[in-house]
Design a protein around this ligand. Structure first.
Ligand code: ATP
Ligand code: MG
Length: 572
Protein backbone atom coordinates (compact mmCIF):
# COMPACT_ATOMS: atom_id res chain seq x y z
CA UNK A 1 0.00 0.00 0.00
CA UNK A 2 1.16 3.50 -0.81
CA UNK A 3 0.95 6.00 1.99
CA UNK A 4 0.17 8.67 -0.59
CA UNK A 5 -3.02 6.79 -1.53
CA UNK A 6 -4.06 5.63 1.92
CA UNK A 7 -6.42 7.52 4.22
CA UNK A 8 -4.32 7.88 7.37
CA UNK A 9 -5.24 11.25 8.84
CA UNK A 10 -2.51 11.60 11.45
CA UNK A 11 -2.67 14.66 13.65
CA UNK A 12 -0.77 16.37 16.43
CA UNK A 13 -4.01 17.27 18.14
CA UNK A 14 -4.91 15.37 21.27
CA UNK A 15 -8.67 14.69 21.54
CA UNK A 16 -9.90 16.74 24.46
CA UNK A 17 -11.59 13.87 26.29
CA UNK A 18 -8.53 11.60 26.00
CA UNK A 19 -6.26 10.70 28.89
CA UNK A 20 -5.01 7.23 28.01
CA UNK A 21 -2.13 6.68 25.57
CA UNK A 22 -4.18 4.16 23.57
CA UNK A 23 -7.02 6.63 23.12
CA UNK A 24 -4.68 9.47 22.18
CA UNK A 25 -2.49 7.47 19.77
CA UNK A 26 -5.31 5.58 18.07
CA UNK A 27 -6.98 8.89 17.25
CA UNK A 28 -3.75 10.79 16.49
CA UNK A 29 -2.44 7.90 14.40
CA UNK A 30 -5.52 7.99 12.19
CA UNK A 31 -6.81 4.57 13.23
CA UNK A 32 -10.17 5.65 14.60
CA UNK A 33 -12.40 8.68 14.61
CA UNK A 34 -15.00 9.71 17.13
CA UNK A 35 -18.50 10.16 15.77
CA UNK A 36 -19.56 13.17 17.76
CA UNK A 37 -21.14 11.12 20.50
CA UNK A 38 -19.35 9.43 23.31
CA UNK A 39 -18.47 5.81 22.82
CA UNK A 40 -19.07 5.76 19.05
CA UNK A 41 -16.12 5.35 16.69
CA UNK A 42 -15.43 4.90 13.01
CA UNK A 43 -12.56 2.66 12.03
CA UNK A 44 -10.39 4.20 9.33
CA UNK A 45 -8.32 2.02 6.94
CA UNK A 46 -5.34 1.48 9.26
CA UNK A 47 -7.62 0.79 12.21
CA UNK A 48 -9.68 -1.62 10.18
CA UNK A 49 -6.52 -3.50 9.18
CA UNK A 50 -5.58 -3.98 12.85
CA UNK A 51 -9.11 -4.95 13.77
CA UNK A 52 -9.11 -7.56 11.00
CA UNK A 53 -5.77 -8.93 12.20
CA UNK A 54 -7.06 -9.40 15.72
CA UNK A 55 -10.29 -10.86 14.46
CA UNK A 56 -8.47 -13.29 12.13
CA UNK A 57 -6.24 -14.59 14.94
CA UNK A 58 -9.28 -15.16 17.14
CA UNK A 59 -11.07 -16.93 14.30
CA UNK A 60 -8.10 -19.15 13.43
CA UNK A 61 -7.68 -20.36 16.99
CA UNK A 62 -11.41 -20.82 17.60
CA UNK A 63 -11.93 -22.74 14.38
CA UNK A 64 -8.93 -24.93 15.22
CA UNK A 65 -10.59 -25.69 18.56
CA UNK A 66 -13.73 -26.86 16.77
CA UNK A 67 -15.89 -23.76 17.20
CA UNK A 68 -18.16 -22.72 14.33
CA UNK A 69 -18.72 -19.15 13.25
CA UNK A 70 -22.28 -17.90 12.74
CA UNK A 71 -23.74 -14.44 12.37
CA UNK A 72 -26.91 -13.60 14.27
CA UNK A 73 -29.26 -10.66 13.86
CA UNK A 74 -28.08 -7.61 15.77
CA UNK A 75 -31.60 -6.30 16.30
CA UNK A 76 -33.22 -8.80 18.61
CA UNK A 77 -36.85 -9.25 19.65
CA UNK A 78 -37.56 -8.14 23.21
CA UNK A 79 -39.79 -11.21 23.63
CA UNK A 80 -36.69 -13.42 23.91
CA UNK A 81 -35.35 -11.21 26.64
CA UNK A 82 -38.65 -11.44 28.47
CA UNK A 83 -38.45 -15.22 28.27
CA UNK A 84 -35.04 -15.26 29.97
CA UNK A 85 -36.11 -12.68 32.52
CA UNK A 86 -33.38 -10.26 31.50
CA UNK A 87 -35.52 -7.64 29.77
CA UNK A 88 -35.84 -5.75 33.02
CA UNK A 89 -32.76 -7.00 34.86
CA UNK A 90 -30.30 -5.77 32.28
CA UNK A 91 -30.98 -2.17 33.23
CA UNK A 92 -30.20 0.91 31.22
CA UNK A 93 -27.29 -0.55 29.25
CA UNK A 94 -29.90 -2.35 27.15
CA UNK A 95 -31.11 -0.12 24.34
CA UNK A 96 -34.81 -0.81 23.86
CA UNK A 97 -36.85 0.50 20.96
CA UNK A 98 -40.01 -0.08 18.92
CA UNK A 99 -40.39 -0.67 15.23
CA UNK A 100 -43.18 0.93 13.12
CA UNK A 101 -45.63 -1.74 14.18
CA UNK A 102 -44.88 -0.98 17.82
CA UNK A 103 -43.07 -4.28 18.38
CA UNK A 104 -40.37 -4.14 21.05
CA UNK A 105 -36.74 -4.78 20.15
CA UNK A 106 -33.31 -4.42 21.71
CA UNK A 107 -29.86 -3.88 20.23
CA UNK A 108 -27.89 -6.96 21.22
CA UNK A 109 -25.46 -6.28 24.10
CA UNK A 110 -24.69 -10.03 24.27
CA UNK A 111 -26.47 -12.92 22.57
CA UNK A 112 -27.31 -15.72 25.01
CA UNK A 113 -31.03 -15.54 24.27
CA UNK A 114 -30.51 -15.36 20.51
CA UNK A 115 -28.11 -18.28 20.43
CA UNK A 116 -30.29 -20.45 22.68
CA UNK A 117 -33.21 -19.61 20.44
CA UNK A 118 -31.22 -20.67 17.37
CA UNK A 119 -30.24 -23.96 18.94
CA UNK A 120 -33.62 -24.82 20.42
CA UNK A 121 -35.14 -24.69 16.95
CA UNK A 122 -32.39 -26.68 15.21
CA UNK A 123 -30.84 -29.20 17.58
CA UNK A 124 -32.91 -32.10 18.85
CA UNK A 125 -30.66 -34.90 19.98
CA UNK A 126 -27.64 -35.58 22.18
CA UNK A 127 -26.02 -36.95 19.04
CA UNK A 128 -25.69 -33.40 17.72
CA UNK A 129 -23.79 -32.29 20.84
CA UNK A 130 -21.43 -30.79 21.84
CA UNK A 131 -21.72 -27.61 19.86
CA UNK A 132 -19.75 -24.39 20.16
CA UNK A 133 -21.11 -21.50 18.08
CA UNK A 134 -19.60 -18.04 17.96
CA UNK A 135 -19.79 -14.76 16.13
CA UNK A 136 -17.60 -11.71 15.87
CA UNK A 137 -20.07 -8.92 15.79
CA UNK A 138 -21.03 -5.44 16.82
CA UNK A 139 -22.57 -5.12 20.25
CA UNK A 140 -24.35 -2.15 21.72
CA UNK A 141 -24.39 -1.28 25.40
CA UNK A 142 -25.58 2.10 26.52
CA UNK A 143 -22.70 2.34 29.00
CA UNK A 144 -23.18 4.88 31.75
CA UNK A 145 -19.61 6.12 31.34
CA UNK A 146 -18.27 5.35 27.88
CA UNK A 147 -14.64 6.46 27.91
CA UNK A 148 -11.03 5.78 27.01
CA UNK A 149 -11.75 5.41 23.29
CA UNK A 150 -12.09 1.80 22.24
CA UNK A 151 -11.68 0.61 25.81
CA UNK A 152 -15.25 1.28 26.80
CA UNK A 153 -17.35 2.13 23.81
CA UNK A 154 -21.10 1.94 23.50
CA UNK A 155 -20.85 0.25 20.14
CA UNK A 156 -17.98 -2.24 20.05
CA UNK A 157 -16.85 -5.44 18.42
CA UNK A 158 -17.07 -8.60 20.50
CA UNK A 159 -16.40 -12.23 19.88
CA UNK A 160 -19.16 -14.03 21.69
CA UNK A 161 -19.33 -17.80 21.81
CA UNK A 162 -21.82 -20.21 23.36
CA UNK A 163 -21.43 -23.92 23.87
CA UNK A 164 -24.09 -26.56 24.36
CA UNK A 165 -23.55 -29.87 26.13
CA UNK A 166 -25.37 -32.92 27.32
CA UNK A 167 -23.91 -32.72 30.82
CA UNK A 168 -21.90 -30.50 33.13
CA UNK A 169 -18.77 -32.58 32.79
CA UNK A 170 -18.62 -32.04 29.06
CA UNK A 171 -19.29 -28.33 29.54
CA UNK A 172 -16.32 -28.10 31.94
CA UNK A 173 -14.13 -29.88 29.38
CA UNK A 174 -15.07 -27.22 26.83
CA UNK A 175 -14.49 -24.47 29.39
CA UNK A 176 -10.92 -25.71 29.87
CA UNK A 177 -10.45 -25.93 26.12
CA UNK A 178 -11.62 -22.33 25.75
CA UNK A 179 -9.22 -21.25 28.50
CA UNK A 180 -6.34 -22.73 26.48
CA UNK A 181 -7.67 -21.35 23.20
CA UNK A 182 -8.04 -17.84 24.61
CA UNK A 183 -4.54 -18.04 26.07
CA UNK A 184 -3.18 -18.87 22.64
CA UNK A 185 -5.03 -15.94 21.06
CA UNK A 186 -3.64 -13.45 23.57
CA UNK A 187 -0.15 -14.95 23.39
CA UNK A 188 -0.14 -14.65 19.62
CA UNK A 189 -1.15 -11.02 19.96
CA UNK A 190 1.96 -10.49 22.09
CA UNK A 191 0.11 -9.56 25.27
CA UNK A 192 1.24 -9.91 28.86
CA UNK A 193 -1.92 -11.18 30.53
CA UNK A 194 -3.13 -13.06 33.54
CA UNK A 195 -6.08 -15.42 33.97
CA UNK A 196 -8.00 -14.58 37.11
CA UNK A 197 -11.01 -15.88 39.00
CA UNK A 198 -14.00 -13.69 38.30
CA UNK A 199 -17.39 -12.82 39.66
CA UNK A 200 -20.20 -14.92 38.25
CA UNK A 201 -22.84 -12.38 39.16
CA UNK A 202 -26.22 -13.40 40.42
CA UNK A 203 -25.95 -16.56 38.32
CA UNK A 204 -23.54 -18.01 40.82
CA UNK A 205 -21.49 -21.08 40.06
CA UNK A 206 -17.78 -21.37 40.40
CA UNK A 207 -16.55 -21.36 36.84
CA UNK A 208 -15.88 -17.87 35.64
CA UNK A 209 -12.48 -16.61 34.61
CA UNK A 210 -11.29 -13.34 33.14
CA UNK A 211 -8.30 -12.64 30.95
CA UNK A 212 -6.63 -9.50 32.16
CA UNK A 213 -4.04 -7.57 30.21
CA UNK A 214 -1.75 -6.10 32.83
CA UNK A 215 -1.64 -2.31 32.54
CA UNK A 216 -1.64 0.52 35.08
CA UNK A 217 -4.47 2.17 33.21
CA UNK A 218 -6.75 -0.89 33.56
CA UNK A 219 -10.19 -0.24 35.01
CA UNK A 220 -10.19 -3.53 36.90
CA UNK A 221 -8.40 -4.13 40.15
CA UNK A 222 -6.94 -7.58 40.38
CA UNK A 223 -5.61 -9.33 43.43
CA UNK A 224 -2.45 -11.39 42.92
CA UNK A 225 -0.35 -13.51 45.24
CA UNK A 226 3.38 -12.90 45.50
CA UNK A 227 4.22 -16.56 45.92
CA UNK A 228 1.67 -18.68 44.06
CA UNK A 229 -0.36 -18.34 40.87
CA UNK A 230 -3.54 -17.19 42.62
CA UNK A 231 -5.15 -14.24 40.91
CA UNK A 232 -8.70 -12.91 41.07
CA UNK A 233 -10.71 -9.90 40.12
CA UNK A 234 -11.27 -7.86 43.31
CA UNK A 235 -14.99 -8.56 42.79
CA UNK A 236 -14.35 -12.24 43.44
CA UNK A 237 -11.06 -12.25 45.35
CA UNK A 238 -10.74 -14.30 48.53
CA UNK A 239 -8.27 -14.14 51.38
CA UNK A 240 -7.40 -16.08 54.49
CA UNK A 241 -9.33 -14.56 57.44
CA UNK A 242 -7.72 -11.40 58.65
CA UNK A 243 -5.69 -12.03 61.81
CA UNK A 244 -6.52 -10.03 64.94
CA UNK A 245 -4.17 -7.14 65.66
CA UNK A 246 -1.46 -7.47 68.30
CA UNK A 247 -2.02 -5.12 71.26
CA UNK A 248 1.54 -5.07 72.57
CA UNK A 249 1.62 -6.52 76.09
CA UNK A 250 -2.15 -6.49 76.43
CA UNK A 251 -4.58 -9.21 75.58
CA UNK A 252 -7.33 -8.61 73.06
CA UNK A 253 -10.09 -6.56 74.71
CA UNK A 254 -12.78 -8.26 76.71
CA UNK A 255 -16.11 -6.71 77.56
CA UNK A 256 -19.49 -7.51 78.94
CA UNK A 257 -22.37 -6.76 76.67
CA UNK A 258 -23.88 -3.41 77.46
CA UNK A 259 -25.12 -0.24 75.81
CA UNK A 260 -22.71 2.64 76.00
CA UNK A 261 -23.52 6.32 75.64
CA UNK A 262 -21.41 7.62 72.73
CA UNK A 263 -22.76 11.05 71.76
CA UNK A 264 -21.19 12.49 68.62
CA UNK A 265 -19.11 9.36 68.06
CA UNK A 266 -20.36 8.35 64.65
CA UNK A 267 -17.35 7.28 62.63
CA UNK A 268 -15.03 4.29 62.88
CA UNK A 269 -12.05 6.56 63.58
CA UNK A 270 -13.88 8.41 66.33
CA UNK A 271 -15.10 5.14 67.82
CA UNK A 272 -11.61 3.59 67.77
CA UNK A 273 -10.26 6.63 69.59
CA UNK A 274 -13.13 6.78 72.07
CA UNK A 275 -12.73 3.13 73.12
CA UNK A 276 -8.95 2.89 72.53
CA UNK A 277 -9.56 -0.13 70.41
CA UNK A 278 -8.37 -1.33 67.03
CA UNK A 279 -11.02 -0.93 64.25
CA UNK A 280 -10.68 -4.69 63.79
CA UNK A 281 -13.03 -5.04 66.77
CA UNK A 282 -15.54 -2.49 65.53
CA UNK A 283 -18.46 -3.34 63.30
CA UNK A 284 -19.00 -0.90 60.50
CA UNK A 285 -22.45 -0.53 58.94
CA UNK A 286 -22.53 0.35 55.24
CA UNK A 287 -26.00 1.32 54.00
CA UNK A 288 -27.11 0.98 50.38
CA UNK A 289 -30.30 0.89 48.42
CA UNK A 290 -30.82 -2.34 46.50
CA UNK A 291 -32.78 -2.22 43.25
CA UNK A 292 -34.90 -5.16 42.14
CA UNK A 293 -37.25 -5.96 39.25
CA UNK A 294 -40.52 -4.05 38.92
CA UNK A 295 -39.06 -0.94 40.55
CA UNK A 296 -38.75 -2.55 43.99
CA UNK A 297 -36.21 -0.83 46.25
CA UNK A 298 -34.97 -2.01 49.62
CA UNK A 299 -32.62 -0.51 52.15
CA UNK A 300 -29.81 -2.90 52.97
CA UNK A 301 -27.19 -2.74 55.68
CA UNK A 302 -23.88 -4.51 55.32
CA UNK A 303 -21.91 -5.16 58.48
CA UNK A 304 -18.16 -5.54 58.15
CA UNK A 305 -15.09 -4.96 60.30
CA UNK A 306 -14.12 -1.35 60.94
CA UNK A 307 -10.88 -1.86 59.04
CA UNK A 308 -12.48 -3.45 55.99
CA UNK A 309 -14.11 -1.96 52.91
CA UNK A 310 -17.29 -3.17 51.29
CA UNK A 311 -16.85 -4.85 47.89
CA UNK A 312 -19.95 -3.70 46.01
CA UNK A 313 -20.22 -6.57 43.57
CA UNK A 314 -20.03 -9.11 46.37
CA UNK A 315 -22.54 -7.07 48.36
CA UNK A 316 -24.91 -6.86 45.40
CA UNK A 317 -24.73 -10.63 44.87
CA UNK A 318 -25.30 -11.23 48.59
CA UNK A 319 -28.72 -9.59 48.42
CA UNK A 320 -29.56 -10.82 44.89
CA UNK A 321 -30.11 -7.28 43.70
CA UNK A 322 -29.85 -5.94 40.17
CA UNK A 323 -27.88 -2.97 41.43
CA UNK A 324 -26.82 -1.14 44.60
CA UNK A 325 -27.03 2.61 44.80
CA UNK A 326 -26.24 5.15 47.50
CA UNK A 327 -28.83 6.02 50.09
CA UNK A 328 -29.14 9.37 51.88
CA UNK A 329 -29.27 9.96 55.65
CA UNK A 330 -32.82 11.29 55.24
CA UNK A 331 -33.91 8.04 53.61
CA UNK A 332 -32.28 6.05 56.41
CA UNK A 333 -34.04 8.09 59.09
CA UNK A 334 -37.33 7.78 57.23
CA UNK A 335 -36.87 4.01 57.36
CA UNK A 336 -36.44 4.21 61.13
CA UNK A 337 -32.63 3.91 61.19
CA UNK A 338 -30.10 6.01 63.07
CA UNK A 339 -27.12 6.85 60.86
CA UNK A 340 -23.87 6.67 62.82
CA UNK A 341 -25.38 4.17 65.26
CA UNK A 342 -26.63 1.32 63.13
CA UNK A 343 -26.37 -2.29 64.27
CA UNK A 344 -28.15 -5.46 63.23
CA UNK A 345 -30.20 -6.01 66.36
CA UNK A 346 -33.84 -4.90 66.34
CA UNK A 347 -33.79 -3.48 62.84
CA UNK A 348 -36.93 -1.78 61.58
CA UNK A 349 -39.20 -3.82 59.36
CA UNK A 350 -38.32 -3.88 55.66
CA UNK A 351 -34.61 -3.28 56.18
CA UNK A 352 -32.49 -6.26 55.21
CA UNK A 353 -28.92 -6.94 56.28
CA UNK A 354 -25.89 -9.12 55.69
CA UNK A 355 -22.84 -9.70 57.89
CA UNK A 356 -19.37 -10.43 56.63
CA UNK A 357 -18.51 -14.10 56.99
CA UNK A 358 -15.22 -13.31 58.76
CA UNK A 359 -17.23 -11.98 61.70
CA UNK A 360 -18.66 -15.44 62.36
CA UNK A 361 -18.40 -16.43 66.06
CA UNK A 362 -16.26 -13.38 66.88
CA UNK A 363 -16.71 -11.84 70.30
CA UNK A 364 -15.98 -8.61 72.15
CA UNK A 365 -17.00 -6.41 69.28
CA UNK A 366 -18.55 -2.95 69.28
CA UNK A 367 -21.49 -2.06 67.09
CA UNK A 368 -24.14 0.60 66.69
CA UNK A 369 -26.96 0.28 69.26
CA UNK A 370 -29.70 1.19 66.77
CA UNK A 371 -30.71 4.20 68.81
CA UNK A 372 -29.32 7.68 68.82
CA UNK A 373 -26.00 8.17 70.65
CA UNK A 374 -25.57 4.56 71.77
CA UNK A 375 -23.23 1.78 70.80
CA UNK A 376 -23.41 -1.78 72.05
CA UNK A 377 -20.16 -3.22 73.36
CA UNK A 378 -19.36 -6.85 74.01
CA UNK A 379 -21.19 -8.01 70.92
CA UNK A 380 -20.99 -11.75 70.33
CA UNK A 381 -21.54 -12.90 66.74
CA UNK A 382 -23.69 -15.97 66.08
CA UNK A 383 -22.10 -19.22 64.93
CA UNK A 384 -24.85 -19.84 62.42
CA UNK A 385 -26.87 -17.35 60.43
CA UNK A 386 -28.23 -17.10 56.92
CA UNK A 387 -27.09 -13.46 56.93
CA UNK A 388 -23.40 -14.28 56.58
CA UNK A 389 -21.80 -13.64 53.20
CA UNK A 390 -18.46 -12.66 51.75
CA UNK A 391 -18.72 -8.88 51.61
CA UNK A 392 -15.28 -7.36 51.86
CA UNK A 393 -12.66 -6.14 49.41
CA UNK A 394 -9.36 -7.95 49.71
CA UNK A 395 -6.69 -5.41 50.63
CA UNK A 396 -2.99 -5.30 49.78
CA UNK A 397 -1.10 -7.19 52.48
CA UNK A 398 -3.92 -9.65 53.12
CA UNK A 399 -3.03 -13.33 53.20
CA UNK A 400 -3.42 -15.68 50.20
CA UNK A 401 -6.16 -18.29 50.78
CA UNK A 402 -4.10 -20.93 48.98
CA UNK A 403 -0.49 -20.63 50.09
CA UNK A 404 -0.30 -18.07 52.89
CA UNK A 405 1.65 -15.69 50.66
CA UNK A 406 1.02 -11.95 50.57
CA UNK A 407 -1.65 -10.53 48.31
CA UNK A 408 -1.29 -7.28 46.42
CA UNK A 409 -3.33 -5.22 43.98
CA UNK A 410 -2.56 -4.62 40.36
CA UNK A 411 -4.52 -3.18 37.45
CA UNK A 412 -5.83 -5.04 34.46
CA UNK A 413 -7.85 -4.57 31.29
CA UNK A 414 -10.47 -7.27 30.87
CA UNK A 415 -10.12 -8.59 27.32
CA UNK A 416 -11.84 -11.94 27.73
CA UNK A 417 -14.32 -13.65 29.99
CA UNK A 418 -15.24 -17.35 30.02
CA UNK A 419 -18.19 -18.53 31.98
CA UNK A 420 -19.84 -21.80 32.99
CA UNK A 421 -23.51 -21.01 32.60
CA UNK A 422 -25.16 -24.31 33.38
CA UNK A 423 -28.85 -24.21 32.52
CA UNK A 424 -29.39 -20.53 33.38
CA UNK A 425 -30.73 -19.77 29.87
CA UNK A 426 -31.66 -23.16 28.46
CA UNK A 427 -34.14 -23.81 31.25
CA UNK A 428 -36.25 -20.62 31.11
CA UNK A 429 -36.13 -20.66 27.31
CA UNK A 430 -37.21 -24.29 27.21
CA UNK A 431 -34.18 -25.32 25.14
CA UNK A 432 -33.95 -29.08 25.48
CA UNK A 433 -32.54 -32.09 23.66
CA UNK A 434 -33.39 -35.77 23.88
CA UNK A 435 -30.80 -37.71 25.85
CA UNK A 436 -29.72 -41.36 25.37
CA UNK A 437 -32.95 -42.48 27.08
CA UNK A 438 -35.17 -40.31 24.95
CA UNK A 439 -35.76 -37.91 27.85
CA UNK A 440 -35.84 -34.13 27.29
CA UNK A 441 -33.01 -32.31 29.12
CA UNK A 442 -32.01 -28.64 29.17
CA UNK A 443 -28.58 -27.96 27.69
CA UNK A 444 -25.60 -27.38 29.93
CA UNK A 445 -24.06 -24.22 28.52
CA UNK A 446 -20.88 -22.21 28.57
CA UNK A 447 -20.38 -18.67 27.29
CA UNK A 448 -17.15 -17.07 26.16
CA UNK A 449 -16.41 -13.45 25.20
CA UNK A 450 -13.50 -11.48 23.82
CA UNK A 451 -13.41 -7.71 23.48
CA UNK A 452 -12.06 -7.60 19.93
CA UNK A 453 -12.10 -3.81 19.54
CA UNK A 454 -11.02 -3.31 23.17
CA UNK A 455 -7.96 -5.41 22.34
CA UNK A 456 -6.63 -2.63 20.09
CA UNK A 457 -6.62 -0.32 23.07
CA UNK A 458 -5.16 -3.01 25.33
CA UNK A 459 -2.30 -3.72 22.94
CA UNK A 460 -1.37 -0.05 22.80
CA UNK A 461 -1.69 0.42 26.57
CA UNK A 462 0.96 -2.26 26.91
CA UNK A 463 3.00 -1.32 23.85
CA UNK A 464 3.70 2.37 23.32
CA UNK A 465 6.28 5.02 24.11
CA UNK A 466 6.14 8.81 24.28
CA UNK A 467 6.07 9.02 20.48
CA UNK A 468 3.21 6.69 19.69
CA UNK A 469 2.02 3.15 19.08
CA UNK A 470 4.28 0.10 18.94
CA UNK A 471 2.15 -2.64 17.42
CA UNK A 472 3.10 -6.21 18.17
CA UNK A 473 4.07 -8.19 15.05
CA UNK A 474 0.77 -10.08 14.92
CA UNK A 475 -1.40 -7.00 15.33
CA UNK A 476 0.46 -4.45 13.17
CA UNK A 477 -1.42 -2.92 10.22
CA UNK A 478 1.68 -3.55 8.08
CA UNK A 479 4.77 -5.64 8.78
CA UNK A 480 7.19 -3.06 7.44
CA UNK A 481 7.22 0.54 6.25
CA UNK A 482 9.58 1.85 3.60
CA UNK A 483 10.29 5.55 3.97
CA UNK A 484 11.65 7.33 0.93
CA UNK A 485 13.46 10.24 2.49
CA UNK A 486 13.07 12.60 -0.44
CA UNK A 487 10.81 11.53 -3.31
CA UNK A 488 12.22 14.26 -5.53
CA UNK A 489 15.49 12.33 -5.63
CA UNK A 490 15.20 9.89 -8.50
CA UNK A 491 17.65 7.34 -7.05
CA UNK A 492 15.93 7.23 -3.65
CA UNK A 493 12.55 6.85 -5.25
CA UNK A 494 13.70 4.08 -7.54
CA UNK A 495 15.40 2.17 -4.74
CA UNK A 496 12.34 2.52 -2.53
CA UNK A 497 9.98 1.39 -5.28
CA UNK A 498 12.20 -1.58 -6.10
CA UNK A 499 12.28 -2.77 -2.48
CA UNK A 500 8.53 -2.22 -2.23
CA UNK A 501 8.03 -4.52 -5.19
CA UNK A 502 10.41 -7.18 -3.89
CA UNK A 503 8.77 -7.29 -0.47
CA UNK A 504 5.29 -7.42 -1.95
CA UNK A 505 6.35 -10.29 -4.16
CA UNK A 506 7.61 -12.06 -1.05
CA UNK A 507 4.06 -11.75 0.33
CA UNK A 508 4.92 -9.15 2.94
CA UNK A 509 2.45 -6.45 3.93
CA UNK A 510 4.35 -3.30 3.29
CA UNK A 511 3.53 0.40 3.44
CA UNK A 512 5.55 2.65 1.17
CA UNK A 513 5.82 6.22 2.37
CA UNK A 514 6.11 7.88 -1.01
CA UNK A 515 4.58 11.19 0.04
CA UNK A 516 6.21 14.46 -1.01
CA UNK A 517 6.58 15.48 2.62
CA UNK A 518 9.53 16.52 4.77
CA UNK A 519 11.52 13.57 6.06
CA UNK A 520 10.97 14.71 9.65
CA UNK A 521 7.21 14.54 9.39
CA UNK A 522 7.35 11.12 7.74
CA UNK A 523 9.50 9.87 10.62
CA UNK A 524 7.06 11.27 13.19
CA UNK A 525 4.20 9.55 11.40
CA UNK A 526 6.14 6.27 11.44
CA UNK A 527 6.70 6.66 15.18
CA UNK A 528 3.08 7.59 15.80
CA UNK A 529 1.55 4.82 13.68
CA UNK A 530 3.89 2.22 15.11
CA UNK A 531 4.62 -0.27 12.33
CA UNK A 532 7.24 -2.62 13.85
CA UNK A 533 9.99 -2.08 11.27
CA UNK A 534 11.00 0.74 8.93
CA UNK A 535 13.52 0.94 6.12
CA UNK A 536 14.77 4.44 5.37
CA UNK A 537 16.06 5.04 1.88
CA UNK A 538 17.90 8.34 2.14
CA UNK A 539 21.30 10.01 2.04
CA UNK A 540 23.14 6.76 2.81
CA UNK A 541 22.05 5.42 -0.56
CA UNK A 542 25.06 7.20 -2.06
CA UNK A 543 27.23 4.74 -0.06
CA UNK A 544 25.04 1.84 -1.17
CA UNK A 545 23.24 1.65 2.18
CA UNK A 546 19.83 1.99 3.79
CA UNK A 547 18.85 2.23 7.42
CA UNK A 548 16.61 -0.23 9.25
CA UNK A 549 14.76 1.09 12.30
CA UNK A 550 13.06 -1.15 14.85
CA UNK A 551 10.07 0.79 16.19
CA UNK A 552 10.32 -0.76 19.66
CA UNK A 553 13.35 1.06 21.04
CA UNK A 554 14.09 2.90 17.77
CA UNK A 555 17.33 1.00 17.26
CA UNK A 556 18.95 1.79 13.91
CA UNK A 557 21.18 -0.39 11.72
CA UNK A 558 22.83 0.35 8.38
CA UNK A 559 22.37 -2.37 5.81
CA UNK A 560 23.94 -2.70 2.38
CA UNK A 561 21.36 -2.23 -0.40
CA UNK A 562 22.07 -5.58 -1.98
CA UNK A 563 21.42 -7.38 1.33
CA UNK A 564 18.38 -5.26 2.23
CA UNK A 565 15.60 -7.52 0.99
CA UNK A 566 16.95 -10.59 2.78
CA UNK A 567 17.70 -8.63 5.93
CA UNK A 568 14.12 -7.31 6.12
CA UNK A 569 12.60 -10.72 5.42
CA UNK A 570 14.93 -12.30 7.95
CA UNK A 571 13.79 -9.89 10.66
CA UNK A 572 10.08 -10.52 10.13
P1 ATP B 1 -16.73 -4.72 31.85
O1 ATP B 1 -16.67 -5.24 33.25
O2 ATP B 1 -15.41 -4.19 31.35
O3 ATP B 1 -17.88 -3.80 31.59
P2 ATP B 1 -18.25 -6.99 31.07
O4 ATP B 1 -18.06 -7.90 32.21
O5 ATP B 1 -19.48 -6.18 30.99
O6 ATP B 1 -16.99 -6.02 30.93
P3 ATP B 1 -18.68 -9.13 29.18
O7 ATP B 1 -20.14 -8.99 29.23
O8 ATP B 1 -18.04 -10.30 29.80
O9 ATP B 1 -18.02 -7.79 29.72
O10 ATP B 1 -18.23 -8.97 27.65
C1 ATP B 1 -17.18 -9.72 27.06
C2 ATP B 1 -16.00 -8.83 26.67
O11 ATP B 1 -16.40 -7.71 25.89
C3 ATP B 1 -15.30 -8.23 27.87
O12 ATP B 1 -14.36 -9.11 28.40
C4 ATP B 1 -14.65 -6.98 27.28
O13 ATP B 1 -13.37 -7.30 26.75
C5 ATP B 1 -15.56 -6.60 26.14
N1 ATP B 1 -16.39 -5.43 26.48
C6 ATP B 1 -17.40 -5.36 27.38
N2 ATP B 1 -17.94 -4.14 27.41
C7 ATP B 1 -17.25 -3.39 26.49
C8 ATP B 1 -17.32 -2.03 26.06
N3 ATP B 1 -18.23 -1.21 26.57
N4 ATP B 1 -16.45 -1.61 25.11
C9 ATP B 1 -15.54 -2.45 24.58
N5 ATP B 1 -15.41 -3.73 24.96
C10 ATP B 1 -16.25 -4.21 25.90
MG1 MG C 1 -19.87 -4.19 31.38
Amino acid sequence: MRFSRMLIPTTKEVPNDATLPSHIYLVRGGFIQNVGGSGLYNFLPAGKRVLDKVRAIAKEELDAAGCQEVDLAFVTPAALWEESGRYEKYGKELLRFKDRKANDFVLGPTHEEMMVNLVRHTVKSYKQLPLNLYQIKTKFRDEIRPRFGLMRGREFLMKDGYSFHKDAEDMRREFDLMEQTYSRIFERLGLDFRIVEADSGAIGGSGSKEFMVLADSGEDTIVVCDSCSYGANIEAARRAPKPAPVYGEDEAPEMTRTDFHTPGVTTIDALAEFFHIDPHHLIKAVAKKALYDEGIEKIVLFFIRGNDELEETKACNAVDANELIDVSEEELRAAGLTPGYMGFNALPEGVIFRMDQELRSEENLIMGGNRDAYHTIGVQMPDVSEHYADLVAVQPGDVCPHCGGTLSHTKGIEVGHIFQLGTRYSEPLGATFLDENGKAQPYEMGTYGIGISRLLAAIIEQHHDDRGCIWTPASAPFAVEIIISNVKKEAEREAGEALYKQLQEAGIEVLLDDRPERFGSKMSDFELIGIPLAVVIGKKLADGQAEIIVRDGLERTDVAMDALRDEVIGRL
